[in-house]
Design a protein around this ligand. Structure first.
Ligand code: 9D3
Length: 237
């Protein structure tokens, strides 16, 4: 998969892209991420990328021309099939969107700054507008990173087999169960006996029940499509 990211602050993204699972995916060539500085496509003496909003008001708006030129410069290496604005006005990102985008061979992500984009960029340049949630950030760079990390985990070979099998087919759609590691007792606090006695059927059942308990308590909105067995486990609690 190839992702082009257009930003006024490529430095925000450079470090995180080099590290951990994401860094490895890029190093192994499973994922290619190319950063483009939008300012490189401003043509005036001051390399202007923003301007005052028509109609007045606080803040500045990102100009169309550098954005369009930056996107068009990618046409040799990117199909431009999906051009995504990271914007607080976008659809809120979720795993279904991540899954859909991960099936696209190449993406363009455009990070907003200031008060946002000229609406003509949203209309004529972008195919999608995505937000990562209802809180105010200073720009689209961290949201782009969130999206890239979520996408990278969907690519074959990025996440280990054990982890993906466990999370996708077993606990899918629920919060995870509580987890413990050594020592068995820490400051008087015990780990559940069932997790240490080697009865794998009992462990599976305990984990499913605790995943259901946590989901009902914290995220009841996620409790859909329950099996009869899930309903029975919930009734036991
Ligand atoms: C406080 C200014 N707001 C007036 C209604 C609009 C606004 C413009 C630009 C708010 C934030 C931003 C900068 N944010 C992003 O570019 C952004 C973002 C976000 O702030 N939250 C969640 N997802 C995203 S994606 C891009």
């Amino acid at each position: 998969m190839r992702i082009d990211i257009l930003t006024l602050f490529p430095e925000i993204l450079e470090g995180p892209l080099r590290v951990s699972l994401l860094g490895k995916a890029i190093e192994q060539g499973i994922l290619t991420v190319a950063l483009t500085n939008i300012r490189d496509f401003a043509t005036d003496r001051h390399r202007t990328v923003d301007d005052e909003p028509y109609g007045g008001g606080a803040g500045m708006v990102m100009k169309c021309a550098p954005l369009f030129a930056a996107v068009e410069s990618l046409s040799d290496c990117n199909s431009l099939d999906r051009v995504i604005l990271l914007s607080p006005r976008g659809r809120r990102l979720d795993q279904a969107i991540v899954r859909d985008l991960a099936a696209t061979p190449d993406l363009v992500l455009i990070c907003g700054r200031y008060e946002g984009f000229d609406e003509r960029a949203a209309q004529a340049l972008a195919t999608d507008e995505i937000s990562i949630g209802d809180y105010v950030l200073s720009g689209g760079e961290l949201p782009a990173l969130v999206l890239v990390e979520a996408l990278s985990r969907m690519l074959p070979g990025v996440v280990g087999d054990f982890e993906s099998v466990e999370t996708d087919s077993f606990y899918d759609g629920l919060l995870g169960p509580p987890q413990y590691t050594r020592p068995p007792v820490f400051r008087g606090m015990e780990t559940p006996e069932v997790l240490r006695n080697g009865n794998h059927a009992a462990i599976r059942r305990w984990r499913r029940k605790e995943a259901l308990r946590a989901t009902r308590a914290r995220r009841p909105d996620l409790l859909v499509n329950l099996t009869k067995e899930d309903q029975r486990l919930l009734d036991e609690i």
